[in-house]
Write a protein that binds this ligand. Structure first.
Ligand code: G1P
Ligand code: ZN
Length: 543
C-alpha cells in the first residue's frame, strides 16, 4: 500500500454554504473535485494526526464512492481511526451523537439534506467539529481559502473496502471501525424520553404514521417506533433508504410530503403523522387534519418540556433563527428565560448550546433540536411530540389550539421563489437594502412600518459578527416580513419571503393561514417588487 501524492489544480467554487459544500453530483464527479475539497478540510485541521473521525452519509447516490475516496485519503493523511456507519449510513443527528459520545475529533457527513438525489441530483460534504456540530464559519472560510490554493492531495492506493459488516480492520496505518448506525442514537433517545409512557399511548390504540421518504431515517424509525415503542410495522412507511430517494424530494413539508399530508386528512387518518428529510435532521409534525408549523412546534415543546425526563429540570434558554416566528419568544418570556435570535443555519446555535445558555432551539425550516447533540434532529422532535401527547392525552390540534389561547397565535408562512436568475435575485435584495432607511413610518394594508434593517448578529459567546443575514421589516400591529436568499440551493437563486402576524384574540385564531396573511403577502410584493424584478407572479413552494 502506497500513499500517492496526486497533483491537482484548485477549483474556484468550493465555498461551503449554509450547510457544507453542496453541488450537483456531476460537479462532484469532476476529476479531483471531491479529493480537493477533502484535502482542504484535512489541511485545516490542526491535530488530525492519530485522531478519530466519524464518517457516514444519507445513502444518496455517490455516497458509496465518496466514502471509499475519503477513507483512503484519511488513511493517507494520518487519521488514526474512522468510525463509519454500516453501509456508509449515518443520519446527521446520529453522526453528531456519535462524535460526541466517542469523543471524536470531528466527522465528515455526506449529505445534501433534503435536496433530490440521483445522478442528476445533488451531493454534499460537510465537516462537523468535536462538539458534534457543523464547523463554524471561521473554519469553513479557511477550508475555502485552502481549496483555492491547493496543488496536491494524498491518497492511499488500495482496493475499495467492504462496509456491510460490523467490525474493525486496518487501512494502511489507520483503523476503520464499521459501527451500527442506529444503536448509539437510539440509546440517547431512550435517555431523554419516557418510552414507557409512549409505549402505553401506542398500546391504547393511538395510531401514528412516520414517512421516511426513502431516505436515511427508515432504519432509525423502525428501531425506535416499531421495535422499542411497539408501533405496528406499517406505521413507518418508505422506510428503505434508496440512492435516488425513490425519485422523490425528501423535504418534510406540505408540498413535498404530500402523500403523508393526504393520509392525515382522510377519514381513517391516524392520530399523528410525521416525516423527516434526506439526512434525518428535519421534521414535520401533523395531527389528524392538522399541520403544526415548525415555529409553533418549537414553542410548544418549550412550553411542555418538563414532561420529558431529559428536560425535567427546565430550560436554560431558547434560541430560534431570525426568520422563525416569535411564538417561542412568548414562551421564553413566561418561563423567565432568555430567547436568542440567530441567523439562519444550525451552526449559529452551537456556541449558545456549548455555553449552556440554551436548551432548545429551532428554525422555521422544519428544524428543531436541543443540547443533546449539535444538529437539529428529526426523530428527536417526533419522540418529543409523542412524549408530550402521551402525557396530554389530547389530539394534536387541541394541544396546539390551547397553546394559542394561552399565548396568542403567530400566523406564519414562508414563500419560496426557486430557480431565479441570480442577478435579478441579488438586485431585489440590493434594492430593498437601499430603501431600508426610508421605510419606517410608512403605512400600507393597515400596517405601519416600525423598523427595517439588514439583520446583523453578534454571537454573545465569542462576539463574532455575521452581517447581511436577511432583511427584516417590523410592523405595527405586530407583524413581520423577512427577505433573504437561500444559501443551500444549487440551481439559480432562491428568494425566501417569511410572513408573520400575531393574533392575540382567540376568536380570530381559526382562520386559514394564507388568508390571514393575505394583506402582508401583498405588502411584501409592494415593498420588494417581487413580481416586477423576478417576473414571478407566485411562489413555487409555500410552507
Ligand atoms: C435552509 C433553511 C435553514 C436551514 C438550512 C439547512 O437554508 O432555510 O433554516 O438551516 O436550509 O437545513 P437556506 O437555503 O435558507 O440558506
Ligand atoms: Zn437535512
Amino acid at each position: 500500500m502506497r500513499i500517492r501524492t496526486q497533483a491537482t489544480r484548485p477549483y474556484e467554487d468550493q465555498r461551503p454554504g449554509t450547510s457544507g459544500l453542496r453541488k450537483k453530483v456531476r460537479v462532484f464527479q469532476q476529476p479531483h473535485y471531491l479529493e480537493n475539497f477533502v484535502q482542504s478540510i484535512f489541511d485545516c485541521l490542526d491535530g488530525l494526526a492519530g485522531a478519530t473521525l466519524v464518517l457516514g452519509g444519507d445513502g444518496r447516490y455517490y455516497n458509496d464512492q465518496a466514502l471509499q475516496t475519503i477513507l483512503k485519503m484519511a488513511a493517507a493523511n494520518g487519521v488514526g481511526r474512522v468510525l463509519v456507519g454500516r453501509n456508509g449510513l449515518l443520519s446527521t443527528p446520529a453522526a453528531s451523537c456519535i462524535i460526541r459520545k466517542h469523543g471524536a475529533f470531528g466527522g465528515i457527513l455526506l449529505t445534501a439534506s433534503h435536496n433530490p438525489a440521483g445522478p442528476d441530483g445533488d451531493f454534499g460534504v460537510k465537516y462537523n467539529v468535536g462538539n458534534g456540530g457543523p464547523a463554524p464559519e471561521s473554519l469553513t472560510e479557511r477550508i475555502y481559502a485552502r481549496s483555492r490554493e491547493l496543488r496536491a492531495y494524498r491518497i492511499l492506493e488500495v482496493e475499495d473496502v467492504a462496509l456491510d459488516r460490523l467490525g474493525c480492520f486496518r487501512l494502511g496505518a489507520m483503523t476503520v471501525e464499521v459501527i451500527d448506525p442506529v444503536a448509539d442514537y437510539a440509546e440517547l433517545m431512550e435517555s431523554l424520553f419516557d418510552f414507557d409512557r409512549i409505549h402505553a399511548l401506542l398500546a391504547d390504540g393511538f395510531r401514528i404514521r412516520f414517512d421516511a421518504m426513502h431516505a436515511v431515517t427508515g432504519p432509525y424509525a423502525r428501531e425506535l417506533l416499531v421495535h422499542r415503542l411497539g408501533a405496528p410495522e406499517e406505521s413507518v412507511v418508505h422506510a428503505t433508504p434508496l440512492p435516488d430517494f425513490g425519485g422523490g424530494h425528501p423535504d418534510p413539508n406540505l408540498t413535498y410530503a404530500r402523500p403523508l399530508v393526504e393520509s392525515l386528512w382522510r377519514e381513517d387518518a391516524p392520530d399523528f403523522g410525521a416525516a423527516s428529510d434526506g439526512d434525518g435532521d428535519r421534521n414535520m409534525i401533523l395531527g389528524r387534519g392538522f399541520f403544526v408549523t415548525p415555529s409553533d412546534s418549537l414553542a410548544l415543546l418549550a412550553a411542555h418540556a418538563t414532561c420529558a425526563p431529559g428536560y425535567r429540570d427546565g430550560l436554560a434558554g431558547i434560541a430560534r433563527s431570525m426568520p422563525t416566528s416569535r411564538a417561542a419568544d412568548r414562551v421564553a418570556e413566561r418561563l423567565g428565560i432568555p430567547c436568542y435570535e440567530t441567523p439562519t443555519g444550525w451552526k449559529y446555535f452551537g456556541n449558545l448550546l456549548d455555553a449552556g445558555r440554551i436548551t432548545l432551539c429551532g428554525e422555521e425550516s422544519f428544524g428543531t433540536g436541543s443540547n443533546h447533540i449539535r444538529e437539529k434532529d428529526g426523530l428527536w422532535a417526533v419522540l418529543f411530540w409523542l412524549n408530550l401527547l402521551a402525557v396530554a392525552r389530547q389530539p394534536v390540534a387541541e394541544v396546539v389550539k390551547a397553546h394559542w389561547r394561552a399565548y396568542g397565535r403567530h400566523y406564519y408562512t414562508r414563500h419560496d421563489y426557486e430557480g431565479l436568475d441570480p442577478e435579478a435575485a441579488h438586485r431585489l435584495i440590493e434594492t430593498l437594502r437601499a430603501q431600508l432607511g426610508k421605510l419606517p413610518g410608512r403605512s400600507g394594508q393597515g400596517l405601519r412600518v416600525l423598523q427595517a434593517e439588514d439583520f446583523r448578529y453578534e454571537d454573545p459567546v465569542d462576539h463574532s459578527v455575521s452581517e447581511h443575514q436577511g432583511i427584516r421589516i417590523l410592523f405595527e400591529p405586530e407583524a413581520r416580513l423577512v427577505f433573504r436568499l437561500s444559501g443551500t440551493g444549487t440551481a439559480g437563486a432562491t428568494l425566501r419571503v417569511y410572513v408573520e402576524r400575531f393574533e392575540p384574540d382567540p376568536a380570530q385564531q381559526d382562520q386559514d393561514t394564507q388568508q390571514a396573511l393575505a394583506p402582508l403577502i401583498r405588502l411584501a410584493d409592494e415593498i420588494a417588487g417581487i413580481q416586477r424584478l423576478t417576473g414571478r407572479a407566485r411562489p413555487d413552494v409555500i410552507t
